[in-house]
Structure formats: C-alpha cells, structure tokens
Write a protein that binds this ligand. Structure first.
Ligand code: ZN
Length: 739
C-alpha cells in the first residue's frame, strides 16, 4: 500500500525569525550569520549549525543514484509477497547489506501472524455466454520478468473461501451511496456478485469489501477501469506508465481501519506463546469472497448485462454501455489458505553518542504484491543507500548524537502487520524514547514531491526541503511550490498554495506510520515523489517500469535518500528538538473550523468556541516557547540539563494527544487529532467528527471535552517549558499527562 494522497491543511506558519545565535555556554556574541552566510537551522545553535551543515553536505554527497539502481535491481529480482520464501530472502538480503554497511544491532524479528495466500481461484460467466476469466497478466517480450512462472494470479488478501453462482450487479465504486442508487432502481444485491471498480476518487478496497458484506452480497469483484489507471490516462505498459489490458491490482481487503496488524492479536504482539483471539472475534477479518480483475476479464461481464443503463458518472473508459444488472450469471470459486505464516521485520541501528535512549526511527516495508518496483522497492532502494551513507559516516568516526533506528517492515500490504506487531512489542520503549518516525513507502514513481508531517514537524520538514536539490532544478522546496497548484487543482483543492500549507498535515492510514501515530502517539513524517503510475500492485510494477517510466536515472530516489537522511540528522543532532507547537496549535484551530463546515455540523447542538479558544491559547503559549528557544539558542546560555529537560517535555506533547480509551468503536486508534476514515482518507478530530456525522450530540460534546482537556494539558506543558527557558528559572521535571 501507499499512503493515500490527501488535501493539505491551511495552517498559519509562524516560522522562527532568523537571529544571531551563539554556542551554548560560550561567551560568543558576534553575528555568526555574517561569518558563515548559512541560514539558521531550527533547533541548532550557531556553532552546531556549522557542524550540521558540514555533516549534511558529507551525507548528501555520499548518495549515489547508481548504487540505488543496484539495490533496486536486487530488491525487485523475484515476486515476494508477504510470508513467501522470496520475501524472507529479501529480508535476509537487507539484513546482510546492513551488516556489511556497518550498522549496529542488526536483527531479524519474527512474528507468527495469521497470513493469507491463495490456493485456487476461478471465475466464469455462465449466462448469457460462456467466458472463463484468465485471472492472469499477459507477458511482454521486452520485459522478461513478466514471463516468470512464479508470478501469482488474481487474488485479494483475506478473501473468504467459498463458491457461488449468482447474478452479477455493477455497483460502480462500491461505496454506500452506490448501493442506495441501486436500491432506488429496484436492485437488491443480497446473495449476488457485485462488480465494482477501483475508483477515482480513491477508496480503499477493504472498505468496498466491508460495504458489500454489509449489503449482503455473496461476493465482490473489483476491477481496474481504463478510465482510472489505463489507456484513458495515457500510453500503457510497455509503451507507457499506465496499466495495460490485463493488469491486475492485487491487494488486501483487511478491515485494518478498525484495527491493523495480525487480526488475532489486536493491541499486542504476535510473539511465540502470545494469546490469540478466535477468528470469529477478529474484527479486521472480512467474511466475503473477493477477487480483483483486469478490465480484460471484467469487460465480458459488463458488456453482456442487459438491464437499466447506469448513470453517466458510472460510465467508465470501456467502449460499451455500462448497465446496472441483467442477464449475467457468474460462477466464482475462491479457495484461500488463511493460516499462520511467519513475517520478518529487519531492524538495525546506529547508537547515539550522547542520547542513546532518544530514537529517530526510519522505515520502509519490504513485502510486495509481485516485484514491487515502485511499491515498495523504490523506497527500499532509497533506504539501503541512506543506510550505506550513514554506515560510511560511522566508519569515519561520525556517530549521530541520538540513536537512529532502521526498520524494514513485512506484511505492510496485508494489514500494516510487521510495523504494527513491532510497534506493539516495543510500545513501552517507543512511548518514551521515540522522537519521530520517518516513513517512506514508495519513494519514486515520478517527479512530483509530496511531504506530509504532523503539525509540529511541518515547519522543520519544509525547512529541510530547502537543503536538498530537486532533480528538476532548484531546491525541493522551490520545485514543490511550483508543482503544488496543478496537483491541488487535480485534487479539486483550490486553496492558494503557500509555505503555510505546503506540507500536508492531513494524515490518514494506508502505510506503516499508523501504529506510531495512532496507537503510540509519536510524531510522523512521510516522503514520496509521485507521477503517472497505472501499474500499482500488478506484476508490471517492476524494474523495467522504473527504468523506462518512473525514474530511469534514479535521481528522484536519490533526492528522497538525501531528504530522508537530512531530516533524520536534524532530529538527531539538534540542540533543542525542532518542533513547532505554535504551528500545531494553529493547525488544530483549522481542524476545528473545518469540522464546523461539515454538512452534518449543527452549532445549536455542539459549540466549539471553547475548543477554539483552547487551541489558540495553546498556540500562544507555544509561540512563547518558540521565542524563548530562539533567544536561548542565540544567547547560548542553556545548560545540558536544561536542554535535556526541555527536549523531554517537548517529546511529551504528542503523547498528550492520546486518549487511552481510543475512538469510540475503534479503541486501538487513540489519537485525538488524527485517524483515518474507512476509506483510508484522513480524518481529523476523529472522535468528535464521527459523533457529529452520526448525529450523536451527547457523545460529540463528551469527546470535545476530552479533546479540550488534552489541548489544555499541552498548554500547561508549554508554560512549563517556558518556565525552564526563562533566565534563572528552577527546573521542574514533571510533565502533565492527558487523561
Ligand atoms: Zn507499500
């Protein structure tokens, strides 16, 4: 999976002013900017900024596109879905490279989870004509990898096993409103086979499966329409980046928007001997038979229907009239082996020289639907080059101040499984030690940069994009600003693009950041370059595709390696952690304003004025902190003890956004600001928003109270930090905790 592309929030940036800063504890007071000419870096005193610039320069120069191509070649050598021997070989390869590169504590962690793999799949049309679906992708001479007999057929992770013969109904995207329209047309899908398409706007296929299950359908077929990712978009593989006639978007249909990870260990790790719940109690397991189809296999079903013509916006890219139902009966048989499989997470670190118990975690997943050219091996190749560069620095005696932890996850495609189990296993450590998680799933499928971060890290991410060159010219920051308006127009987001809203602070689910943000309350960042990409989760997403369309020179991969590493270095080397809680407070205020614009919001039932005031008070208190941080770094008069206390207090802020009880109905998701809709789309202030949308006003008022208490706890924390940073203040080490 990859993270769903999201609209960006409008939030007011209040960036730290450029000021003269001196070495902490020194008498230096001359303006260092006039000496170095280097711009300030958030969180760094002047002399440390000089060191940081040199370090980042050395790091960036070490990144080589040619090396990345070699790593990418190795990672995409074989199809390697989660739980297969080939997937374990990839894990071993990564562990071997990390040892060779000089990383420390390299270990492969095994989780025995409820896996999923196909035994046999079959689909045939019985009436009005006989047609046997191929459920296979066609090979092309120019790309020998497409001929590999190891490539699997069409299947969806955690489909139920079963056999059904029933009429086929076309249900457009398979969203609830689509079934409403069918009902209005007198069509009931109970006991039938629904045929839906991967839709634009995007909706997670697991939500389509859940919706079909709730509607009582016997089975669901999900196909790739050429209007979405095929010839209507442009040239198709092997002549272009879009999906050809037989490409199949595999994927899991796990209900991981309810609880991710191993379905049988919700909230704890799947270690040997761990308690497992019965499958019947597993909320994330689907109960419907499901198959993905190419348009090649969907077309005979669609064109042989003879019922009512489907509405205009249900018509797709095939040269036929799309109809709602009629005449077509199909016979579908799916046999799955959904039993225990081992998943392997590879872990390594560079132990911090000064603060070994403060961690920055960098991760990418290694399991792929087939070769995983973009998803996820582009990110894996960027990561192996990043670790090679860090390993070389260590060999030259350069060790980060804080610990860098590297993880290559498994089973991301199945249910964010490896990262979730690992996060649950090390929850206690992560809650207190993890400063931030930096996720790269796919790193490069084209030239358009996209960066996302929680509100507190958005300004530092933006600042880091100034320090890395975009392969198209200029800095990533400049290229991003230039490309963003077109991208937002495409997403029907007509807000003016500026530095204040360039970083996407709307974070849904669909990748490995989820456990860290939503379960553990740790700040996250996600990075990616994107472009035309119609072969997602098909066998055509491979080395050939990358070398002809996605990023043939591996320059965008390299830019991600550079930016990812620079971001990690800023977090690991900073004097004061580069959080901006004033920006975060303003972001929350925006979330509240947008909730008030929700069509279900009723101001006579829920008054958010007090919550607005709380968010603004938090932003103001945090503004004080920003000012004092700047002044103290300039004056250079903070003691190591003060720095330590302030940094630990800052690390507490994200934890305070957690509610131990979680979102009503989804207790695993504990974050009060961030969650995902069932479609994976971002969902801000999830508990209040879901109550509002359900018209449950008493619950909405209760949840807004919980939110306000968390905001107030963080305002108190800001005041405590202010106390620490004020001249002559006594230390206070206790931090308020949200309930
Ligand atoms: Zn992925």
């Amino acid at each position: 999976m990859r993270q769903l592309r999201l609209n960006c929030v409008l939030a007011l940036a209040v960036l730290l002013p450029a000021v003269a800063i001196g070495r902490p504890g020194s008498k230096e007071s001359a303006n260092p900017d006039s000496v170095s000419g280097a711009p300030p870096i958030r969180g760094f005193s002047a002399p440390h900024r000089e060191d940081e610039n040199k370090l980042e320069g050395r790091y960036k120069r070490a990144i080589s596109p040619e090396h990345i191509r070699e790593y990418h070649r190795a990672l995409t050598a074989k199809p390697h879905p989660a739980g297969t021997g080939a997937d374990f070989e990839v894990a071993q390869y990564i562990a071997g490279e990390w040892r060779r590169q000089g990383l420390e504590d390299v270990v492969i962690r095994r989780y025995d989870v409820l896996g999923t793999k196909p035994v046999s799949t079959m689909l045939e049309m019985i009436t009005p004509k006989a047609y046997r679906a191929s459920l296979r992708e066609s090979p092309y001479e120019v790309d020998p990898q497409t001929k590999d007999p190891a490539i699997g057929s069409a299947w969806l992770g955690y489909s139920a096993s079963g056999e059904v013969t029933a009429p086929v109904v076309y249900a457009h995207s398979g969203n609830p409103e689509d079934y409403d329209l069918l009902r209005k047309n007198g069509i009931d899908v109970k006991g039938k086979i629904v045929l839906v398409r991967y839709s634009n706007p995007y909706s997670y296929r697991g939500f389509k499966a859940l919706t079909a299950e709730r509607e009582g359908a016997a089975a669901i077929l999900i196909y790739s329409d050429p209007a979405e990712d095929g010839y209507q978009r442009g040239a198709v593989f092997p002549d272009g980046p879009w999906g050809p006639e037989t490409h199949i978007q595999r994927g899991a249909i796990t209900y991981d928007f309810l609880v991710p990870g191993d379905p049988l260990t919700p909230g704890w790790a799947s270690l040997p001997g761990a308690k497992r719940i019965p499958e019947g109690e597993a909320r994330s397991l689907p109960h419907i038979i499901a198959l993905p189809l190419s348009w090649h296999d969907a077309k005979p079903l669609l064109e042989n229907m003879d019922g009512a013509t489907a509405p205009k916006d249900w018509q797709g890219g095939l040269p036929i009239t799309y109809r709602l139902s009629g005449a077509v009966q199909a016979h579908l048989k799916v046999e799955m082996d959904n039993t225990t499989q081992p998943y392997y997470v590879v872990e390594a670190r560079l132990r911090g020289s000064e603060f070994p118990d403060e961690w920055i975690l960098l991760g990418n997943h290694h399991d792929a639907w087939e070769y995983g050219g973009v998803d996820p091996s582009s990110g894996g190749a960027s990561m192996l080059e990043l670790t090679r560069a860090f390993g070389n620095l260590l060999k030259q005696g350069i060790r980060p101040r804080r610990t860098l932890v590297f993880c290559s996850w498994d089973g991301e495609e199945i249910g964010l499984t490896g990262s979730t189990e690992w996060g649950e296993q090390f929850a206690d450590d992560l809650r207190t030690k993890l400063i931030a998680y930096l996720n790269v799933d796919s790193s490069a499928s084209g030239p358009e940069f996209h960066g996302a971060a929680v509100g507190s890290l958005a300004p530092m991410l933006l600042e880091a994009t100034d320090s890395v060159d975009d392969p198209g010219g200029g800095s990533i920051h400049k290229a991003w600003l230039k490309a963003a308006p077109a991208e937002r127009a495409e997403e029907r987001d007509n807000r003016h693009v500026s530095d204040a809203n360039l970083v996407d602070t709307r974070i849904g689910s669909g990748s490995d950041h989820t456990v860290f943000l939503n379960f553990l309350g740790r700040p996250v960042i996600a990075l990616e370059y994107e472009g035309p990409y119609g072969v997602y989760h098909s066998m055509y997403d491979d080395f050939y595709w990358m070398n002809h369309f996605g990023d043939p020179a591996y320059k965008y991969h390299a830019a991600i390696s550079q930016l990812w590493g620079v971001t990690a270095l800023r977090l690991s080397q900073a004097d004061i952690l580069p959080f901006d809680f004033q920006f975060y407070g303003n972001t929350i205020d925006e979330f509240l304003s947008e909730l008030e614009k929700n069509s279900r919001f009723d101001p006579s039932k829920l008054d958010l004025q007090a919550a607005h005031s709380a968010a603004i008070a938090f932003a103001e208190a945090a503004g004080q902190v920003n000012t004092l941080v700047t002044q103290n770094l300039a004056a250079g008069n903070l003691t190591p003890k003060q720095l330590e206390v302030v940094n630990h207090q800052m690390m507490q802020v994200e934890s305070n956004w957690l509610n131990a009880d979680g979102i009503p109905g989804r207790p695993w998701f504990k974050h009060l600001l961030y969650s995902a809709r069932y479609t994976y789309a971002h969902l801000e202030l999830p508990a209040v928003t879901e109550a509002v949308e359900a018209g449950q006003w008493e619950r909405a008022r209760q949840q807004s109270q919980i939110l306000m208490r968390a905001i107030e706890a963080n305002t108190s924390l800001m005041k405590q930090i202010t106390g620490e940073l004020q001249p002559g203040s006594a230390f206070r080490t206790a931090s308020p905790q949200a309930k």
